[in-house]
Design a protein around this ligand. Structure first.
Ligand code: DON
Length: 304
């Protein structure tokens, strides 16, 4: 297995030249463009890694699946999906256009920015600090890593540059989709995007979902139903407007982030974390996507 992973990482490093590192915040631009690595943990506890698996980067949009799990635990499935849909958009992750033009008057799904901001507004707590702390504690629990924390330089950058997200937040407040304080929802969203992880952290969270919401200790944290909802949305919406193509080519429920991470779940088999900060035009790790496609065909990991 180790030889296979080394071979696939080596093969796909060349692809990193064809992408670009996210630069909307100067801090993100510091990532090494040709970095590429992955970490795998199977359900028997075997761990395999290759390349830059221990480089720290921000979780970004991958956090959207974590907030979704906690929002459903806090509010129930019915309430959550009365405010946010379950359909892919076919549009970029930060698109505004369907918010007003569509007859449904709610964000299409929880994994686009508009949907994720609405989901962030649903986290329970006595104030914004407590709400984010509950989210961070939940992430630490499901990744079995107490050291996870926010990169405050990136958080400041997210907040300073996040005017498009702010516009969507205020629109959602006007429509009654966000019921609480809109600035609180945005603050939670900017902070959740700024949590630092490694490919290993992503593999741990993916393993938790591969085990239908069970930790390695046997503790059940979310219901199998919540795990199923999250994995299904990862297939249909997790790679944004590349989700269809990625489902055909790799067939692994996955969620990407502009920090360069991809979290991939092979149900009942393994959790995979990938890091490659050079991104394609849609905001997915350019070499990470190809690495997962290769891995899927070598190990026959497609769920279809
Ligand atoms: O809110 C944003 O636009 C960024 N902080 C995160 C977006 C992201 O990771 C989209 N993923 N591909």
């Amino acid at each position: 297995m180790k030889d296979l992973l080394d071979k696939l990482v080596k093969k796909n490093i060349a692809e990193t030249k064809l992408g670009t590192v996210a630069s909307y915040i100067p801090e993100l631009d510091k990532a090494k463009k040709d970095a590429l690595g992955l970490y795998i943990i199977d359900v028997n506890g075997n761990e395999y890694c290759s390349g830059d698996w221990d480089t720290k980067f921000t979780i970004q949009s991958i956090s959207k699946i974590v907030t979704l799990m906690l929002a459903i635990l806090d509010n129930g499935e019915e309430y959550v999906f009365s405010k946010v849909g379950m359909e892919p958009t076919g549009d970029p992750f930060n698109s505004i256009k369907k918010l007003e033009t569509s007859s449904r008057r709610k964000p299409y799904n929880p994994l686009i920015n508009a949907g994720a901001i609405a989901i962030a507004s649903m986290i329970k707590g006595k104030d914004v600090r407590d709400k984010f702390q509950r989210l961070l504690d939940f992430l630490r629990k499901i990744s079995e890593d107490e050291t996870l924390d926010v990169n405050y330089k990136i958080y400041c950058g997210e907040s300073e540059t996040g005017n498009r997200n702010r516009a969507m937040g205020y629109f959602l407040k006007g429509e009654g989709i966000i019921e609480g304080d809109v600035e609180d929802a945005l603050d939670i969203y900017f902070k959740q995007c700024s949590i630092e992880v490694t490919a290993k952290t992503l593999a741990k969270i993916a393993l938790f979902l591969a085990n239908n919401g069970k930790l390695s200790s046997g503790e059940i944290v979310i219901t199998p139903r919540i795990a199923t909802i999250v994995k299904t949305l990862m297939v249909t919406c997790g790679m944004y407007d590349s989700s269809g193509e990625f489902a055909v080519r790799a067939g692994i429920p996955s969620k990407s982030g502009v920090g360069g991470g991809i979290l991939s779940v092979v149900p009942g088999k393994m959790g995979i974390g990938v890091y490659g900060p050079s991104l394609d035009k849609k905001g997915n790790s350019i070499a990470g996507v190809l690495l997962l496609e290769d891995l899927s065909s070598e190990l026959n990991l497609t769920i279809f």
